[in-house]
Design a protein around this ligand. Structure first.
Ligand code: ZN
Length: 233
């Protein structure tokens, strides 16, 4: 069984949605300071790095992050490689889908600094744990952002099909000029959105997804650790 980490690393200079403040990680006590333990305090936006958007992100009185059905975030998932497409994703790019699917879209590379830390498998017992991450975030420049993002028409197509969850390696699922409409269309239909995935070395295909956002009461979003599991490897 192979476990691939598809989460972004939370660090001070990571890519954020334009205008959002980045995380602050402050040492509270430290071994190097003579304390007997290391602890830190983190200040984090709810839409930092790899994160989940629940309906409450845009719509009053709808489910927050703590009330999402777990089967929207844990289950069989299909990765589609759309990295050759340099414009908003349209329905015709995606091909046939089935109701209830969890779909993860891989767009162009978001390793803007080219550091490419692919961190090959550590050996954790019989789990081959590898790191899908390329430590994207060293650029705070939103212009450097890429990844797969949808047109509003494509969002409506996903709603018509009735997929369960849509994930993307872009920091936002919507094309910039249709962003509100894309989000609203998906979230109003109860389709869960995962943004900021990190999948540069992940091949298209079938996997088992485990994506666990922090359980924040009435949270309008939640940073998450996400992994893909491939059974027969
Ligand atoms: Zn978000």
């Amino acid at each position: 069984m192979k476990v691939i980490d598809i989460s972004r690393t939370i660090q001070a200079d990571m890519e954020m949605y334009p205008g959002d403040a980045g995380p602050q990680i402050t040492k509270v006590s430290g071994l190097d300071e003579g304390d007997s333990y290391n602890t830190s305090r983190i200040t984090l936006g709810t839409h930092t790095g790899t994160h989940v958007d629940p309906p409450l992100h845009l719509i009053r009185d709808r489910a927050g992050i703590d009330r999402l059905p777990m089967n929207t975030l844990v289950g069989n998932a299909r990765v589609l490689d759309l990295s050759s497409i340099n414009r908003p994703i349209e329905a015709s790019d995606i091909g046939p889908l089935e109701a209830g699917e969890i779909i993860l879209l891989k767009g162009g590379p978001n390793d803007s600094d080219g550091s490419g830390d692919s961190g090959d498998s550590g050996d954790f017992g019989d789990l081959g744990v590898s790191d899908g991450s390329a430590d994207s975030g060293s650029s705070g420049d939103p212009g450097a952002s890429c990844g797969a993002y949808l047109s509003a028409a494509c969002a409506r197509y996903l709603v018509d099909i009735g997929i369960r969850t849509i994930g993307t390696d872009a920091i936002s699922i919507g094309a910039l000029d249709e962003e509100y409409e894309v989000h609203h269309t998906l979230l109003d239909a109860g389709i869960v959105v995962i943004e900021g995935l990190e999948m540069p070395d992940v091949e298209a295909g079938d996997y088992f997804l485990v994506c666990l956002p922090l359980k924040i009461a009435n949270g309008d979003g939640g940073p998450a650790r996400a992994v893909l599991i491939k059974e027969k490897e």
